[in-house]
Design a protein around this ligand. Structure first.
Ligand code: BEZ
Length: 254
């Protein structure tokens, strides 16, 4: 997906603002080498860099990395594919916030993360878990289908696993999972009356490929109105986020 880094930073800053609590869990130490996987426009990479200078950011999107380099010129950023990446060094920790649900080839991604960690290195990750944005996605698929956009309604764009499913993949590759949480995090979509429509325009635009603009406008209206009773309260829109937060250690073979 092609990202609009300005729109992301201006209207969807909650993505990295929520990630600050994961930086607290990471608790970076000055001597540690850390990879921020899926760094986007670099705000959390910068936050980590206040504690260690050995921090590298990577993202699949050249637009995001270009913006990160302008914002934080003192940090090293690379365009790389999370499903198949390699660095010359191994890291003490790999940190990832709100990225791994975009990686459909999650098995290759877990293998890459394993290979790029030192023995006993730590994975500290948070992303969308099972049923994440479930109401939004179900309503989106239903309306696309009702308008006859069958292929679009079946698009597979995200991977939202359960704890059991993802931990099994981690363990199979050689991680020991020391913490796994699957929690509800209703997420306020700030600053406008078009919370759901703006969210869809930013994150779900691929579902609208070959949808003509008049149908698209009607579908967006229908989705938002259908969701109003469940996701609008006290004048604010909320997305039904469900996060998977996991800590895992790279085990050496015994
Ligand atoms: C998420 O962070 O959970 C998310 C963001 C965009 C699209 C889908 C999920």
């Amino acid at each position: 997906m092609k990202w609009d880094s300005k729109l992301y930073k201006n209207k969807h800053a909650f993505v990295f603002e929520y990630g600050e609590s994961l930086v607290d869990v990471l608790d970076p130490k000055p001597e540690e080498t850390i990879l921020d996987l899926g760094c986007g426009t670099g705000e959390l990479t910068y936050s980590i860099s206040k504690k260690t200078l050995n921090i590298i950011g990577m993202d699949y999107s050249p637009e995001m990395i270009a913006s990160a380099k302008v914002n934080f010129p003192e940090i090293q950023f690379f365009v790389k594919d999370a499903a198949n990446f390699n660095f010359d060094i191994q890291f003490d920790s790999i940190f990832s916030n709100a990225t791994l649900h975009w990686i459909l080839d999650y098995k290759s991604c877990v293998k890459s993360m394993y290979h790029n960690l030192k023995p006993n290195g730590k994975l500290i990750i948070e992303f969308g878990g099972k049923d994440n944005v479930g109401l939004i996605v179900k309503t989106l698929r239903n309306h696309l289908k009702q308008y006859g956009y069958i292929e679009q309604s079946q698009l597979k764009q995200w991977y939202f696993p359960s704890i059991g499913e993802y931990c099994q993949v981690l363990e199979k590759v050689g991680f020991r999972v020391t913490l796994a949480q699957h929690y509800d995090r209703p997420t306020e979509l700030r600053e406008n009356n078009n919370g759901i429509k703006d969210w869809l325009e930013m994150f779900a635009k691929n579902f609208f490929f070959n949808v003509n603009s008049s149908d698209k406008a009607k579908i967006l209206d229908h989705i938002q109105e259908d969701l109003r009773p469940r996701l609008f309260s006290n004048g604010k829109w909320f997305a039904d986020y469900k996060r998977l937060r996991i800590i895992a250690i790279k085990q050496e073979s015994l």
